[in-house]
Design a protein around this ligand. Structure first.
Ligand SMILES: Cc1cc2nc3c(=O)[nH]c(=O)nc-3n(C[C@H](O)[C@H](O)[C@H](O)COP(=O)(O)OP(=O)(O)OC[C@H]3O[C@@H](n4cnc5c(N)ncnc54)[C@H](O)[C@@H]3O)c2cc1C
Length: 360
């Protein structure tokens, strides 16, 4: 069976790897650029899983739980196959709670997650100070520590997925923009081929649309537009020696990710204006920086090595992500619009796509 995947961000690469484990599939991945050149290349890779306030029976939690479970096996599996490690922070996630935080809600979550096998721990400001002396407790009333949540670097992860998928027989066509599609049967609407540069085409049995923001123009080509809007995020990299045992710290929706003499801080959340334009706002970057300094004062003196920005793909008028058959089509699967959690949800998405393709 011939499967084309549109997009080689963390989502497309995860799908390619997951499907590559099924020998009957003949898979080609297309990206208009290089792997992880879209939203994935800007992501911090914080996997807010067990520590996220998602209701037990909600889809949002089920996807998170599936991803957390898969990450446990996926990382060693990939590392063994490509014979190198994927940089990450396995020290858990520490969530700082400001006075306006609903602590009772956190207590409920702690009890729930414990029953599910995710040992969250409530810490007092004193305990935070003792364990993590670089974290300021001046503005917090408590903290929640989740040892099983983690961070993984999105670019090396995507590269690892590409390399492992390639070893399993997947073809990759980079710098190849898919511009059009041929719909064979207007009645059942079967997409039979994809068109790319110099009018070349590839015939397919299935197409998986994992093109992030590029999913909107492609679904327009198929006359079933799925609207995904960009939401800009800015981030900073500091030169700072944080203890090797330090977890990712998150407070007030700002993350500090420690790794190897660096600290990543992110990210702003900036929506387009009425005309659909977004210009990165320097004052929001400054607020982000000050918030990070408020919970890790050592950052104030740390040199900034890099600042960057990226666009998150956010579905309009529906919840993220979109993982389903494109309405009206018999062989087009959407795996797009992961908004703020594409790295977290990539393994669960890949698994869901495999189930859809296997079902038909
Ligand atoms: C600053 C910032 C911080 C973030 N932090 C986190 C975080 O901590 N944790 C987390 O889980 N998520 C985070 N995210 C969100 C995460 O980056 C996205 O949800 C995720 O990268 C989406 O992955 P994707 O593969 O769907 O999209 P993308 O990475 O955008 O990949 C889509 C790919 O499709 C290609 N493409 C598009 N159209 C076509 C076409 N017609 N033909 C061929 N190729 C095409 C593009 O070139 C692109 O490479 C963050 C995002 C930003 C911007």
């Amino acid at each position: 069976m011939k499967i084309a995947i549109l997009g080689c961000g963390v989502v497309g690469a995860s799908i390619a790897y997951e499907l590559s484990r099924i020998p009957e599939f003949d898979i080609t991945v297309f990206d208009r650029d290089t792997p992880a050149s879209g939203s994935t290349g800007a992501a911090l890779g914080v996997l807010m899983g067990a520590i996220s306030q998602k209701k037990l029976k909600s889809r949002a939690w089920k996807l998170r739980e599936a991803s957390l479970q898969r990450y446990k096996t996926l990382i060693p599996e990939l590392e063994a196959q490509i014979d190198r490690s994927i940089p990450r922070n396995d020290n858990g996630i520490l969530k700082l709670c400001a006075p306006d935080e609903n602590i009772a809600k956190w207590e409920t979550l702690i009890a729930q997650r414990r029953d599910q096998g995710f040992p969250l721990e409530r810490l007092s400001p004193n305990e935070v100070r003792t364990r993590y002396p670089l974290v300021s407790t001046d503005e917090i009333v408590a903290a929640v520590y989740s040892p099983l949540d983690r961070q993984i670097q999105p670019i090396p992860l995507t590269e690892a997925l590409v390399e492992a998928a390639r070893q399993n027989g997947v073809q990759f066509e980079f710098n190849t923009l898919i511009t059009d599609a041929e719909i064979e049967d207007l009645e059942t609407r079967v997409c039979r081929s994809l068109i790319y540069k110099e009018n070349r085409s590839i015939s397919i049995d299935w197409v998986v649309v994992a093109a992030g923001l590029g999913s909107t123009p492609f679904t327009e080509v198929l006359r079933e537009p799925v609207v995904i809007q960009p939401v800009l995020g800015q981030a900073l990299e500091f030169s700072i020696d944080l203890p090797a045992s330090m977890p990712t710290v998150t407070g007030n929706d700002v993350h500090l990710v420690p790794h190897n003499g660096r600290g990543w801080v992110g990210a702003t959340v900036e929506f387009p204006d009425d005309r659909g334009k977004i210009n990165a706002a320097s004052h929001l970057l400054e607020i982000l920086k000050q918030q990070a300094i408020s919970f890790c004062p050592t950052l104030a003196k740390a040199p900034i090595l890099r600042q960057w920005q990226g666009l998150r793909p956010r579905p309009v008028n529906r919840s993220a992500p979109i993982i389903e058959m494109l309405p009206g089509y018999a062989n087009v699967v959407l795996a797009s619009g992961h908004y703020r959690n594409g790295v977290l949800l990539a393994p669960a998405t890949a698994d869901a796509v495999r189930s859809i393709v296997n079902r038909y």
